[in-house]
Design a protein around this ligand. Structure first.
Ligand code: NAD
Length: 513
């Protein structure tokens, strides 16, 4: 389907299936371009009064949404599980992180959005009071993937709403039901109609990009590039959070059991379908054999299946048949090029299950070490030393995040500073994502901009406005004003030379110091 236009005559629907069972769990409309435009126009009409409420009153609405999420937690977890096939514990985590983001930004929105009073930088502007004001982009489009269908729309929509924007969510066509629930919650608490959701395939996302004032996108690098190009044509800003191929570096001095626990969790959470999954592991030679032994033991103990609400599974399904195909292809390619499967290696069961898999004897000629797998595979490579590990870790078009495992924290930090990635966790996986004062964003082909990160996580949804006001009573004939006479022109030029070229403020400051 074209991403420019999607016609209303289609009147199609999308059927949503549970990938663990194949059961139909819901359906949504394919919304045509004109419906997207109508929704945006409606949001636009309500946004000014939402902005005028101010951050304190907006925070009240977001806290009500948090309470609604908590009151309805069990049902929401059911919905997330049903459309993703993930275990209940992992679905619960999506609701809790969304609530935690609400807590963090609702408590700080007033402070993060407060006007900033700034000092003039020199004598030339000393007569002015300077104020920087944060004003929201009126309509923010939040376009999201299928891997965390509640968390990602929540984490991006919450700060945008608190900033004073109206928000239009376009969830993945694979998992649209969680976003529809988020919207149902917003409506049920009686909040102003400044949050909406449109459903459909990529073409509906294209219509969103064409209608909003800012785009926050999470998804594949391919789609991110297309959206960034279109946003560039429209001269609207966009944040793009894209794919990754996150390396883990295990040093010989690491606590190997901790490294194994963290890497197994980091590689298999959400069946490995997370942008910051551990996707490749480099182990220093002296620790390699023991690491592989412990990791194999650990992965063998992990329970996979459809937990059906009973917390009986640690790892669920892949979300789509396409993911099964990609993961299978990466394993086959690795084996064909000489890799060994230590455990797992095949699709299993009646749903979209793929066994948790460890690949050994891998190298960078293999797709599993170069391309995003997005599945429950952990390829492990022996390296001579840390220098080789750093070189290989940086040998990737992606740069999302990395983990380093060592008992020497100072050395771990030094290694972190040499990695070409947006975030590094030492002796942990995923940790940076839950530290909201820190930014979460990718370098290289993993993205542009970042989400969260304290004040910038809410200010990114704002335009900055500069306001100057006079400090002194108004003078009718200020010397810098037009019209120039020859005399005034000479005076102005001399004054500017004196103030700027001779940098008087700096000289005065130096003399004072
Ligand atoms: P995708 O790019 O196929 O789709 C993402 C969303 O974009 C969907 O809603 C889709 O309908 C929409 N879309 C598709 N084409 C579009 C277009 N031309 N214009 C506008 N919208 C369009 O991604 P996916 O397969 O759903 O998600 C998996 C990817 O997401 C992986 O690469 C993963 O690494 C990435 N991801 C990144 C992060 C991060 O924070 N960096 C987080 C989660 C997932």
């Amino acid at each position: 389907m074209s991403t420019d236009q999607i016609s209303s005559s289609a009147a199609e629907t999308i059927t949503v299936r549970n990938p663990a069972t194949g059961a139909i769990v819901g359906s949504v409309a394919v919304q045509p371009t004109q419906e997207v435009v109508a929704v945006v126009n409606e949001l636009r009409s309500h946004q000014p009064s939402w902005e005028a409420l101010g951050p304190g009153a907006r925070a009240v609405w977001l806290r009500r949404l948090r309470d609604w999420l908590l009151d309805n937690e069990s049902h929401l977890v059911d919905v997330v599980c049903a459309e993703t096939g993930k275990p209940r514990a992992e679905a619960t985590f999506e609701i809790m992180v969304t609530c935690d983001v609400i807590n963090y930004y609702a408590d700080r929105a007033r402070k993060f959005l407060a006007d900033e009073k700034l000092s003039p930088h020199g004598l030339l502007t000393a007569t002015k009071k300077l104020t920087k004001v944060y004003r929201p982009y009126p309509i923010v489009g939040v376009i999201t993937p299928w891997n965390f269908p509640m968390l990602i729309p929540g984490v991006d929509a919450v700060p945008a709403l608190l900033a004073g924007a109206a928000v239009l969510i376009k969830p993945s066509e694979e998992t649209p039901l969680s976003s529809c629930e988020l919207l149902r919650g917003w409506e049920q608490i009686g909040a102003p109609p400044v949050l909406a959701c449109v459903t459909g395939p990529g073409a509906t996302g294209g219509a969103v990009v064409n209608a909003v004032d800012m785009v926050q996108f999470t998804g594949s690098t391919k789609t991110g590039r297309a959206i960034a190009a279109r946003a560039g044509e429209r001269l609207i800003p966009c944040g793009v959070e894209l794919g990754g191929k996150d390396p883990a570096i295990v040093l010989a001095d690491a606590d190997l059991q901790r490294a194994v626990n963290g890497i197994a969790w980091g590689g298999l959470l959400n069946s490995g379908q997370a942008c910051i999954s551990v996707e490749r592991v480099y182990v220093e030679a002296p620790a390699y054999d023991r690491f592989v032994e412990l990791l194999t033991e650990k992965v063998r103990s992990i329970r996979q299946g459809n937990d059906d609400g009973s917390y009986s599974a640690d790892v669920g399904t892949l979300a789509t048949p396409q993911q099964i195909e990609i993961v299978g292809r990466h394993v086959e390619d690795a084996v064909a090029r000489g890799a060994k499967v230590a455990i797992g290696g095949t699709a299993t069961g009646s749903g979209e299950f793929f066994e948790p898999t460890i690949l050994l004897d891998v190298d960078h000629s293999m797709a599993c070490m170069r391309e995003e797998t997005f599945g429950p595979t952990i390829p492990v490579m022996k390296v001579a030393d840390v220098e080789e590990a750093i070189r290989l870790a940086n040998d990737s078009p992606y740069g999302l995040s990395a983990t380093v495992w060592t008992n020497d924290i100072e050395r771990g930090e030094a290694i972190a500073r040499r990695l070409e990635v947006g975030g590094v966790n030492i002796n942990d996986a995923y940790a940076n994502l839950f530290c909201f004062p820190l930014p979460h964003g990718g370098w290289k082909s993993s993205g542009l901009g970042s989400r969260l990160g304290g004040p910038q996580g809410i200010r990114k949804y704002c335009r900055q406005q500069a306001i100057t006001t006079p400090r002194l009573p108004a003078m009718k004939n200020e010397v810098l004003w037009y019209p120039y006479s020859a005399l005034r022109g000479r005076m102005v030029a001399a004054l500017l030379r004196l103030l700027v070229a001779r940098d008087i403020p700096r000289r005065l400051r130096r003399r004072g110091a």
